[in-house]
Design a protein around this ligand. Structure first.
Ligand code: 3PG
Length: 208
C-alpha cells in the first residue's frame, strides 16, 4: 500500500481543519488521535496553518499531519518544509500536477467531474478528493463514476457530516470522507478537547 493509500484508509474520516491560532494545534491533534482519527488535514487558509503543521509534526505522537487547500507549487514546498506527510487540493492545475510529480510529498488532487478525474488518472493520480462532494452530486455521482473509472478511489469532501457520511462510505470507490464537522471553531476556540475527542470517536464508527 502506498503512503497516500494508507493515509486514506487509516480512518473513515479525515478532519479538515481551519486553525486560527497555532497554539491550539497540539491539543487539537492529540484529541483527534486519542479519538482514533490520526490523519489530519490542516488547510492553508489561515496564517497559523504552517506553524500548526510544524507543531503537530514535532509534538504529536501518532498524528499523520497533512496540508490542505494547496493551490500553487510553492504551497507544496511549504507543506513539505513544515513536516507535512501529504498534501490535498480542492482541484488541480497543470502547474500543480507538474510540481507534484517533482515532489516527494504524496498529493491528493481534487476532481468534481469525470473529465477532471480522467485527466488526473492519466497523470498517475488515482487517489483523488471528490470536491465539492454534495454539490457535485454526492454519493450517487460517485457510484456513477465507479463504472467507467473503476481504478479511481476518492476521499469525498464538501458538505459531508455525521448525517450523510455512511452513504458515502458505503460507495465502493470511496476510501474515506473529509469534513470540518469534527473540529467546530467554537469547540476549538473554547479548548473543548474532550468534546472533539468524542466527535472523533463517533466518526471511527461510521464505516458500515
Ligand atoms: C473544505 O475544503 O472546506 C472541505 O471540503 C470541508 O468541507 P465541509 O466544511 O463542508 O466539511
Amino acid at each position: 500500500m502506498g503512503l497516500l493509500e494508507s493515509v486514506l484508509h487509516v480512518a473513515p474520516v479525515m478532519p479538515v481543519v481551519v486553525i486560527e491560532d497555532a497554539k491550539h494545534a497540539v491539543s487539537l491533534a492529540r484529541a483527534l488521535v486519542a479519538g482514533g482519527i490520526p490523519a489530519i488535514e490542516i488547510t492553508l487558509r489561515t496564517r497559523a496553518a504552517l506553524d500548526a503543521v510544524r507543531a503537530i509534526a514535532n509534538e504529536v505522537d501518532g498524528a499523520i499531519v497533512g496540508v490542505g487547500t494547496v493551490r500553487k507549487p510553492q504551497d507544496l514546498k511549504d507543506a513539505e518544509a513544515a513536516g507535512a506527510r501529504f498534501a490535498v487540493s480542492p482541484g488541480s492545475t497543470p502547474d500543480l500536477i507538474a510540481a507534484a510529480k517533482d515532489s516527494a510529498l504524496p498529493w491528493l488532487p481534487g476532481a468534481g467531474t469525470a473529465s477532471e478525474a480522467m485527466t488526473l488518472s492519466e497523470h498517475g493520480f488515482i487517489f483523488q478528493k471528490f470536491f465539492p462532494a454534495e454539490a457535485a452530486g454526492g454519493a450517487p455521482a460517485l457510484r456513477s463514476l465507479h463504472g467507467p473509472l473503476p481504478e479511481i478511489r476518492f476521499c469525498a469532501t464538501g458538505g459531508i457530516g455525521a448525517h450523510n457520511a455512511r452513504d458515502y462510505l458505503a460507495t465502493p470507490n470511496v476510501a474515506c470522507v473529509g469534513g470540518s464537522w469534527l473540529t467546530p471553531s467554537r469547540l476549538v476556540a473554547a479548548g473543548e478537547w474532550g468534546a472533539i475527542e468524542a466527535l472523533a470517536r463517533a466518526a471511527t464508527l461510521l464505516r458500515a
